[in-house]
Design a protein around this ligand. Sequence first.
Ligand code: ADP
Length: 179
Amino acid sequence: MTDIVVECRLGNIADQPDVDVIVNAANARLLPGSGVAGAIHAAAGEGLAEECRALAPIRPGQAVITAGHRLPNAHVIHCLGPVYGVDEPSRPLLADCYRNALRLADRHGLASIAFPAISTGVFGYPIREAAEVAVATIADSLSLLQHIFKIRLVLFSPEDYDVFRKAIATGLPPAVRGS
Ligand code: ADP
């Protein structure tokens, strides 16, 4: 395990130029769509949708990797989160997204990764529960990672940022918490 920092930022997932890979809260067909997927595809350009076509469809909890195209990031990892109340049990499926994305990034030798709050938009996962699952899964994955040293959680609203900041403060040891 490297010395890993887990940090929280208020901002746009498509504007994280200092990380190797950003995670897309994708839909099953890996189409542009709204929210996170819309922002990432708009910034990446049509080449991303073209590359995605060959990889779709994906299942809840699955993660696949593409190039970043016009994004400042070398790669995008596309995860399909569970639709809350529909894809059940939702907790392990949401945990799979974080676990599989981290393992995939690490297997590609990537050093830094940024996640949005997967499933908490149109898929309806309550933000507090989602934050707890995200942080607990990251905590469980740390010992398996060999290359990743920075894990960033990017939240779109000050309220969500606050929830994730608190989840990090209670769910991770001080040595791992970033500013
Ligand atoms: P899902 O379909 O997995 O619920 P969404 O894209 O609808 O994914 O939303 C996931 C979360 O990301 C929501 O909390 C939403 O507010 C937030 N979000 C939306 N756009 C962005 C963005 N550009 N950068 C970071 N977070 C975003």
